[in-house]
Design a protein around this ligand. Structure first.
Ligand code: IZC
Ligand code: ZN
Length: 433
């Protein structure tokens, strides 16, 4: 059998996301998922890439021209199922030590997320555990999370640092992500986020911590090529808009593209800042202003929304409908982190987006495939089933795309293919075996 090469036939539907994918999709284009009826159609994968989608005659012709015998290819029968691009999660904090289930109990007894952080818990609790953990231990814990993502059909994730908060511990987190990117089937795109919280050592002098980020951490991260993006938690009691701007501008000088945690808990002007600094995405946006949303749409900043966080913090959801109607490109993510969204189930996030943010089932598919890929600069490789792209494919055990966000709270991923290799079969991990 030819490695990393296969044919998928007999599906009931194929979601290709075919179309103009130069830029993140907005407006009506978010509802166009390139849907084709699957009967009589074959998805062909050769050497890890999508080689074509067409009828048996067309695929036979294509293989003949390429000098490949059809008998050399594994054939997957997708009867009754829906084939779609591997899901992309553009915002996670998966490299961390420890866990924080006890905070849920504190919150149920009346403490808020920011109060827990102000008392040295929250992000700072994860920071203590991350600092204590060895690189190997962090890699072990992160692998478990990546495996869960993969089982849910997620084939690419972004991963942030931000639980180290010292030069060495931030580098440690980023090295873990780099190591796992090379080793684990899930592709990992890294973001440097030392501006996630002010560590206790700098509690009395946050400016000195910002100087450390700008003068020591950013140059080192760039020099070691450990991250593509630079992110800040622009939030009341964390980093101000002015401080965030300085950190993001400093990152740009080292070639790191800005991202921003904007207007998550309080309205701060984070969306406006994202437009001003030319961020690739602004994330959360639960409290974003009309002006901020308009500025983002104008500047082409992707609005990455994380409804799992609103759900878990019992907060009001971001105004996705308003954003899409205002011309902003929307992406969706789990925000997988130990504090405000402890889940790897991006399919559940899709469901929350439909029911609580009034997005249509087609819009959420766009938001978790091609737009999510744009939010992390990966749209040239992933996010759609188009010739030449990486063969990252999920076969969902659903008869049509609507069923995906209808039968909720269930993992529908049946078969997951990463770069042409079957890595999940019948819902079970099978990579490296
Ligand atoms: O660990 O609480 N919002 N950062 C900003 C987080 C949530 C992660 C955490
Ligand atoms: Zn986050």
């Amino acid at each position: 059998m030819r490695a990393k090469s296969l044919l998928i036939h007999n599906a009931s539907q194929i979601i290709t996301m075919h179309g103009n994918n130069e830029k993140p999709r907005t407006g009506e284009a978010m509802r166009d998922i390139g849907l084709i009826e699957g009967k009589g159609q074959i998805v062909a994968v050769i050497d890890g890439n999508i080689a074509g989608i067409g009828t048996e005659t067309q695929i036979r012709e294509m293989l003949k021209e390429a000098g490949i015998k059809i008998e050399e290819l594994q054939v997957i029968d997708a009867d009754g199922k829906t084939v779609m691009p591997g899901l992309v999660d553009p915002h996670t904090h998966i490299v961390f030590g420890g866990s924080r289930e006890y905070e849920l109990e504190l919150r149920m007894n009346g403490a808020t997320y920011l109060e827990i952080l102000a008392k040295g818990g929250g992000i700072l609790s994860s920071t203590r555990h991350t600092r204590e953990a060895s690189e190997d231990e962090l890699a072990r814990q992160t692998t478990e999370r990546l495996d869960k993502f993969l089982k849910h059909g997620v084939t690419t994730v972004e991963a942030k640092s931000g639980y180290g908060l010292t030069l060495e511990d931030e580098l440690k987190q980023l090295r873990v992500a780099k190591r796992l990117d090379a080793k684990h089937p899930v592709d990992i795109v890294s973001t440097f986020m030392a501006a996630h919280a002010v560590p206790p050592e700098y509690k009395e002098d946050p400016e000195a911590y910002i100087t450390l980020i700008i003068e020591e951490m950013l140059p080192r991260v760039a020099q070691e090529q450990l991250a593509v993006f630079n992110d800040v938690f622009c939030e009341h009691g964390v980093f101000t808009v002015e401080q965030s701007e300085r950190i993001l501008e400093a990152g740009k000088k080292h070639g790191l593209i800005p991202k921003i945690h904007a207007d998550e808990i309080e309205p701060m002007g984070g969306a406006e800042l994202a437009a001003k600094v030319g961020a690739i995405s602004a994330d959360h946006l639960l409290k974003a202003s009309d002006e901020g949303i308009h500025a983002m749409a104008e500047a082409g900043v992707v609005a990455t929304l994380l409804p799992g966080t609103a759900f878990f913090l019992m907060a009001e959801y971001a105004r996705a409908r308003h954003m899409i109607d205002a011309g902003a490109a929307v992406a969706l993510s789990t925000d997988r982190n130990p504090g405000s969204s402890p889940t790897e189930n991006l399919q559940l996030i899709m469901n929350l987006a439909v029911l609580n943010m009034k997005m249509t089932p087609t819009e959420v598919i766009t938001a978790t495939t091609i737009n999510a890929a744009h939010a992390i600069g990966m749209a040239d490789r992933v996010g759609s089933l188009e010739v030449g792209k990486q063969a990252d494919i999920v076969i969902m055990d659903v008869p049509n795309y609507q069923f995906l966000t209808y039968n909720f709270g269930v993992n529908h991923a049946h078969t997951v293919i990463k770069k042409g290799e079957v890595v999940v079969k019948g819902g079970q991990l099978c990579y490296g075996r």
